[in-house]
Write a protein that binds this ligand. Structure first.
Ligand SMILES: [Zn+2]
Length: 241
């Protein structure tokens, strides 16, 4: 198997920048087969320092190691400086092998795919899996991307807690008992600040609304916004009881 010499130049990898902003690193190579960093890409993560790890990772990956051997002739992939890209009509996507890179707090390293997902998810404000896939697939390719993103989002603590209701579960509804006869239980409400009207020399600008809970019969009694408790009680005893 031909060994592909890694080129660790910083110009080879897409540097993803927030949507609408400009890509920081432009490839200096004039090769017409390699995708340029897209302006509509995801985040500000540079993969330059992981080039060697990525290239090493290809060798251990069944799909990517075959693809590297086939190279440009496969018609599906593009190889540039040892890096593998999936050729798509809307641009080439960098193939990300399942590798650990030296970023973990312990020395075990961190999975590069997971790093990309995590970064994208956090930078984009805990976006849903479907949107994240749309963003990630503009730049990167690996076979299980869709499942991996879903798994990550499903396990994100912030996303899960945000979906939880902020209050306790509501109890069951307890309907009011049905009254045995009309006008045993009534509801009372006010309609205030209505246009003033005069009845029998008195001016009113509000209504007290009495509704019988059984028949839903409604009595509207004119009153004023200045009416007090005593006044309302009087209305009730004179008009309803
Ligand atoms: Zn989240």
């Amino acid at each position: 198997m031909a060994r592909i010499a890694p080129d660790t130049s910083d110009d080879d990898l897409p540097v993803v920048t927030p949507e609408g902003s400009e890509a920081l690193d432009e490839p200096t190579d004039d090769s017409d087969v390699v995708s340029e960093p897209s302006e509509s890409s995801v985040s500000t993560i540079s993969l330059s320092k992981y080039v060697n790890a990525i290239i090493d990772g290809y060798k251990k990956d069944t799909q990517f190691s075959k693809a590297l051997k086939a190279g440009v002739e496969s018609g599906i992939y593009v190889v540039k400086n040892g890096l593998l890209y999936l050729a798509e009509p809307d641009g080439n996507r960098l193939c990300i092998p399942n590798v650990k890179v030296g970023e973990g707090r312990d020395d075990t390293g961190k999975n590069l795919r997971e790093m990309l997902i995590e970064h994208c998810h956090e930078v984009l404000g805990h976006m849903a899996a479907r949107k994240m896939n749309g963003m990630l697939r503009k730049e990167y390719y690996w076979k299980t991307m869709v499942e991996d993103v879903k798994k990550y989002v499903d396990s994100c603590h912030s996303c899960q807690t945000r979906k939880t209701a902020p209050t306790k579960q509501y109890g069951k509804n307890h309907p009011l008992p049905i009254p045995e006869a009309p006008w045993r239980i009534i509801s009372m409400d006010f309609m205030v600040n209505l246009p003033t009207s005069a009845i029998g020399g008195q001016k009113f600008n509000s209504l007290v609304v009495f509704v019988d809970l059984l028949s839903k019969m409604c009595h509207l009694v004119p009153t004023k916004t200045t009416v007090n408790g005593e006044g309302v009680a009087r209305i009730y005893f004179e008009q309803i009881s």
